[in-house]
Design a protein. Sequence first.
Length: 206
Amino acid sequence: MQEITDETELRELIGEPLPRAWEKERTTLHELDRAWLAASPFCLLATAGADGSCDVSPKGDPAGYTLVLDEGTIAIPERPGNRRVDSLRNILTNPHVGSIHLIPGRGDTLRINGRARLVRDAPFFDDMVVKGHRPVLAIVVEVEQVFHHCSKAFLRSQLWQPETWAPQAVPPRAVLAQTLERPDATLSDLEDYYGPSYADGLYRGQ
């Protein structure tokens, strides 16, 4: 392997970005950014711990779940999950986060980078209730960079083209869980667990 070890070498290979690639960065949310967040049901949140270990965590809810508190602040609710809280533990020691907010069917995305903190309660939590579930905490991000990203990766991957989808290319979730995580469980029990009733527990207690 021929490794790249410094930015000069990287720039010689990749080249310099066009000025507009740098100039599109903003530090506050535009009305169009607010509209995007109101239409987005999903984001990927990237964090890193104090030791440099990284995590990317999916966050999703009905469209508009990412609240805009003001032109420089957003809030993302934390919902019940597996309780690993990798991203939350990272934020406690390193507040720098990055997020990519998606709208299904759109190739372009909204990117927000900033500094996060964990909030266990605030009046805006009342606006985050879904199916009776009020989040036990929210990730509040002070925006440092915001910009829209082009659709090249989505076009290359054909992500939104159903004719390219191959969900059966790998074994179903129950088989993955039994093989990699829960060898003591029966496949039948895992199929029941990850079956149609799995969605019923999305907003049950933490």
